[in-house]
Design a protein around this ligand. Structure first.
Ligand SMILES: [Zn+2]
Length: 62
């Protein structure tokens, strides 16, 4: 019993969905660490650390 199967369900299982292509993250303008913000984000991008430091500075200004 031979299957004349030219139509083979090419077993390529639904192409594995690439885990969200590494989006281009903007680098922290202070230390150059990658931030969690997209590169398209307008304005200054800071990493969580610098962001925190910046918050401390501005909080103390005055
Ligand atoms: Zn930084």
């Amino acid at each position: 019993m031979e299957r004349t199967g030219t139509e083979r369900t090419d077993g390529s299982p639904a192409a594995p969905v690439a885990p969200a292509a590494p989006a281009a993250f903007a680098d922290c303008v202070h230390c150059g660490e990658p931030t969690e913000y997209p590169a398209e984000r307008p304005g200054v991008t800071l990493c969580p650390v610098c962001e925190w430091q910046e918050a401390q500075r501005t909080a103390c200004s005055g």
